[in-house]
Design a protein around this ligand. Structure first.
Ligand SMILES: Cc1cc2nc3c(=O)[nH]c(=O)nc-3n(C[C@H](O)[C@H](O)[C@H](O)COP(=O)(O)OP(=O)(O)OC[C@H]3O[C@@H](n4cnc5c(N)ncnc54)[C@H](O)[C@@H]3O)c2cc1C
Length: 283
């Protein structure tokens, strides 16, 4: 491969990075772990003139307890997240998903911010962040904003992120549902990307299930919450009958993807299987 000329910058503060991406606009790409961007550049699907490496910015890697939520810095790696105790107790599906991404090299380099900015339909984070009702915090030099995961993922490799913005952190609410959550995936055997991934969270502290959230990735071009499965479970007990009945409608009405790994019919049936496995892991 003969690469084209690229200017490389590694800002030491968020302010400096925001000025770089603000000045360069579409001529630059933000570089985090490089595990999606570099392959895309090798394929010439992206040909930026400048790379702005954000991995040296203090604070962007931090995972902290913010009281009613856990804040995960955008440059936290999948391995950092998998090994975080506060995340494991607040939302076990988040640590479990992190531990299932790729292989150890990918987990040590790839970041949560890079993954969600890339928005691969088979990536693990989107369904988990939807089921967690997470918020994504972004900053540009003109200000900051926060959007719910449900408004962030817009389509195949498309998000609400705008030119000049950097994802700074992700907030995972501390809720009864997130504390009782699980993630299961049917992994592509080589890459470990999800042919089907299902994240579930539900408050089971009362007489019946409440605040039920069931989300899929790998199934359609855009990750989604499955309202049919959620309504079927809400108000019922968590048992084999309720889980089987609810999973019978998994991915109903969804435009299910088909590719050389799995047909749409197979993916849809696997959506039911993996939703069932994920729900059976709840207490
Ligand atoms: C062999 C292999 C196996 C993999 N398996 C899996 C898997 O099983 N599951 C899975 O989910 N993923 C998997 N991945 C993808 C991996 O998780 C990547 O790390 C992730 O998709 C991208 O994160 P990154 O930090 O490397 O981002 P980069 O590649 O550096 O960047 C990706 C994109 O995000 C932008 N970006 C990066 N950070 C920010 C930010 N903070 N704000 C705004 N934009 C930003 C970049 O400009 C670029 O467009 C795999 C990758 C490889 C190479």
């Amino acid at each position: 491969m003969i690469p084209s000329q690229i200017a490389y910058q590694k800002p030491e503060s968020l302010e400096e990075a925001l000025n770089c991406v603000g000045d360069l606009g579409d001529m630059c790409k933000i570089l985090a772990g490089g595990h999606s961007l570099i392959p895309v550049m090798k394929l010439r699907l992206a040909d930026p003139e400048n790379l702005v490496d954000i991995t040296g910015i203090p604070g962007l890697k931090e995972i902290s307890d913010a009281g009613d939520s856990i804040s995960i810095g955008a440059c936290a790696t999948h391995a950092d997240i998998a090994n975080s105790r506060p995340i494991h107790s607040a939302a076990p599906m988040v640590s479990k998903a992190a531990s299932m991404i790729g292989d150890i090299q990918v987990r040590n380099f790839g970041t949560i911010g890079g993954s969600i900015a890339h928005a691969d339909p088979s990536a693990d984070w989107p369904a988990v962040l939807l089921a967690a009702d997470a918020s994504i915090n972004m900053q540009s030099r003109s200000g900051s904003r926060s959007v719910k995961a449900s408004e962030f993922f817009l389509g195949l490799f498309m998000t609400a992120l705008q030119t000049g913005e950097i994802i700074t952190s992700i907030d995972i609410p501390k809720s009864a549902a997130n504390a009782n959550s699980n993630y299961e995936k049917f992994a592509q055997p080589a890459s470990r990307f999800a042919l089907v991934g299902c994240a579930v969270a539900a408050d089971n502290s009362g007489d019946a299930l409440a605040d039920v959230r069931v989300a899929f990735n790998g199934v359609s071009a855009t990750p989604f919450r499955d309202g049919g499965v959620e309504s079927a479970l809400t108000g019922s007990g968590l048992n084999d009958e309720s889980i089987s009945a609810a999973c019978g409608v998994a991915a109903d009405g969804v435009d299910v993807m088909s590719d050389h790994f799995a047909s749409s019919a197979y993916r849809k049936s696997m959506a039911a299987v993996f939703a069932k496995r994920a729900l059976k892991g709840l207490s």
